[in-house]
Design a protein around this ligand. Structure first.
Ligand SMILES: C[S@@+](CC[C@H](N)C(=O)[O-])C[C@H]1O[C@@H](n2cnc3c(N)ncnc32)[C@H](O)[C@@H]1O
Length: 176
């Protein structure tokens, strides 16, 4: 019995360590910070769909639904966090989807209007470029909210505490 518990704990720790090698480690955004981002920085409009890139335990998705998002989508590589998010959000059937998948593998996101991330300084410009690509493909403007990190070389349109908002418009010359 004790061996099984130790085994489960070791597997969980290994999952967290291994997934941290692929991108930002798991550190959740504080609820208060998220609330102020969704009330002051970028309030939700009718039919807004939010994606959280690296959705962790689902706290951002949960707050987004409370703040008025019509639908939320999470991409998360840590299966334990996918399960925790699903348990957290399960009462909101039909309004959330969580994929156990790397967001780097997503080629297009047609209906999305807001992309949120609490990433890493190393990856933030690459994430911005990915969102620009989705905007070009969908022909829609996407509001990109980065927590903790400014995107080098780009001016944010608004800032609230450590949240930075970038309005990414489609570049019609770059559809692919
Ligand atoms: C700093 S946490 C942020 C969690 C959540 N967005 C929040 O703000 O509370 C970053 C999360 O991204 C996940 N992650 C890192 N790289 C990823 C990738 N390529 N695809 C999906 N998830 C990733 C990590 O497992 C971690 O849970």
């Amino acid at each position: 019995m004790v061996e099984s518990i130790i085994g489960i704990v070791v597997i969980c720790v290994l999952i967290f360590l291994l997934t941290a090698l692929f991108g930002a480690p798991y550190v959740p955004t504080q609820r208060k910070q998220i609330e102020s981002a969704f009330s002051k920085l970028r309030p939700f409009k009718k039919n807004d769909v939010l994606v959280d890139l690296g959705s962790g335990d689902g706290v951002v998705l949960d707050e987004a639904i409370r703040a008025g998002a019509s639908k939320v989508i999470g991409y998360e590589i840590n299966p334990i966090l996918v399960l925790i998010s699903w348990l957290r959000l399960r009462s909101n059937r039909g309004r959330f989807t969580i994929f156990w998948r790397s967001f780097w593998r997503i080629s297009a996101l047609p209906d999305v209007s807001i992309v949120y991330t609490f990433g890493e300084s190393r990856d933030i410009k690459k994430m911005y470029d990915l969102v620009q690509k989705w905007s070009n493909r969908s022909g829609r403007e996407i509001d990109f909210i980065s927590y903790g990190f400014e995107v080098p070389g780009f001016n944010y349109s608004k800032k609230e505490n450590a949240h930075f908002l970038y309005n990414i418009a489609p570049l019609h010359s770059q559809k692919t």
